[in-house]
Design a protein around this ligand. Structure first.
Ligand code: SF4
Ligand code: SF4
Ligand code: FES
Length: 441
């Protein structure tokens, strides 16, 4: 029997004159993205079902009398698709005009300004002037619970937030109430979004400024933010994130799509656990002990002094590492400990309940609330302390040999921690009372 081909069936079409070949069944909106063409859209989100209700993605397919919603229409072989034909643009201009009937002129005070689907599409395709003079519908601001605020005036009823809570968080806490122009999103009686650790994702997927984060409220204009791709360090899942910074201060974390790790989502625990990065009391230069004082030093002087002392006769070394450290740092600390004669290594890490995202079960807020507990264990560091990541320092506090602490802030350590150590090296970014006892910082 002839072997069946494993190659998926493909179709070839043209989108705005660009030829593209995609697997059969691909939606026009995704095929267009493959060709580098963005089709405007509101209700469509690749992580949710597609209700095709906002009508913002209407495009023209040659030979088809009606405009097609690109978010649910599949490309067929030989299709000639025009996303910016006169007919498509005219229809979308009309859609936008309706959205603006009740939308307030909030852009100057709206946190979404600069990354808003309504602002962008109106600027690109909307009418230059509105034609309505009637008063706009007015709703107040509603606290949805957790980190989420809702501005009903700005809502375009795309239902992304409702579908996220229903399909992905699988915890139906949002719905549409009322009808017609009075329709708004609301929580169910007596229960908001508080307690659901995935709730802040609705802020990310809201295409306008209707859902905003209390944590980010009026903190920065988004065009002032520098964005750095990063990985959330707050549990062992490693969600891909964008670290968004202004004036050297982290303003917010946003999920960065990765289909292997976190899809489009992240948890609120990881998202909001960044304020410690902005601590003002950072150590800015190496410090070397001189009697009772810690004296700022250059890196070269501090390292030369340290090399002299550390090269002396070995004594039992004890190290406290951190499960937030990278593999390379954990390995380097281990090698340093061995070069100094060997000893014991330990680390402390917070532990909590594992919480799965039901609609994307690969993503879990993991039990270990630190990025690299597994590597710390593999490098031979023993877990000490309790489930809050504190305690367990007794054997280290009074150690008389060499003591190296890296990445643990020692915030709960006794004030006389390390005073008996023959050599105490502290590698960290803040100075707790215990860390101040070190010889080298
Ligand atoms: S609040 Fe945002 S996500 Fe929810 S329906 Fe309104 S516009 Fe869409
Ligand atoms: S699941 Fe873990 S890695 Fe992902 S955002 Fe939450 S704390 Fe960070
Ligand atoms: S994105 Fe297609 S109808 Fe909303």
């Amino acid at each position: 029997m002839a072997q069946e081909s494993q190659t998926p069936e493909t179709v070839t079409c043209s989108i705005d004159g660009l030829e593209v070949t995609v697997p059969k069944g691909t939606r026009i909106i995704d095929a267009a993205a493959r060709a580098g063409v963005t089709v405007p859209h509101y209700c469509y989100h690749p992580g949710l079902s597609a209700p095709a209700q906002c009508r913002m993605c209407l495009v023209e397919v040659k030979g088809v009398p009606k405009l097609m919603p690109a978010c649910v229409s599949q490309v067929a072989d030989g299709n000639e698709i025009h996303t910016h034909s006169e007919k498509a643009l005219k229809a979308r201009e009309g859609v936008l005009e309706f959205y603006l009937v009740n939308h307030p002129l909030d852009c100057p005070v709206c946190d979404q300004s600069g990354e808003c689907g309504l602002q962008d599409y109106v600027a690109e395709e909307g009418r230059a002037m509105g034609r309505l003079h009637e008063p706009k519908r007015v709703f107040g601001r509603d606290d949805f619970g957790g980190d989420v605020l809702y501005h009903g005036d700005r809502c375009i009823l795309c239902t992304r937030c409702v579908r996220f809570m229903r399909e992905v968080a699988q915890d139906e806490r949002l719905t549409i109430v009322q009808r017609g122009h009075r329709a708004v999103i609301d929580t169910f009686y007596g229960e908001g979004l508080e307690g659901n650790i995935w709730a802040d994702n609705v802020v990310d997927i809201c295409p306008v400024g209707a859902l905003v984060s209390k944590d980010f409220l009026h903190k920065a204009r988004v065009w002032d933010l520098d964005r750095t791709p990063s990985v959330c360090p707050n549990c062992a899942q490693g969600c891909n994130v964008s670290l968004e910074v202004r004036d050297n201060q982290v303003m917010r974390l946003k999920p960065r799509p990765n289909p292997e790790v976190n899809a489009f989502w992240m948890c609120d625990y990881g998202r909001l656990n960044y304020h410690w990065i902005n601590q003002q009391s950072r150590i800015e230069a190496p410090l070397v002990r001189d009697g009772d004082r810690l004296v700022p030093s250059s890196w070269s002087d501090a390292l030369l002094r340290l090399a002299e002392v550390a090269a002396g006769p070995g004594s039992a070394v004890r190290t406290i590492a951190s499960p937030f450290m990278a593999n390379e740092d954990l390995g380097a600390l281990r090698r340093l400990m061995e070069a100094m004669g060997g000893g014991e290594g330990a680390f402390r890490a917070e532990k909590g309940e594992e919480i799965e995202l039901p609609g994307w079960p690969q993503l879990k807020l993991r039990e270990d609330r630190a990025a690299n507990v597994r590597a710390a264990e593999l490098f031979g560091y023993a877990r000490i302390g309790d489930e809050t990541g504190r305690g367990g320092l007794e054997a280290f506090a009074a150690h008389a040999g060499a003591l190296i602490v890296m990445g643990d802030d020692l915030a709960d350590a006794p004030a006389d921690f390390g005073v008996n150590a023959s050599l105490f090296i502290y590698i960290g970014h803040t100075l707790s009372p215990a860390a101040r006892n070190a010889h080298f910082i």
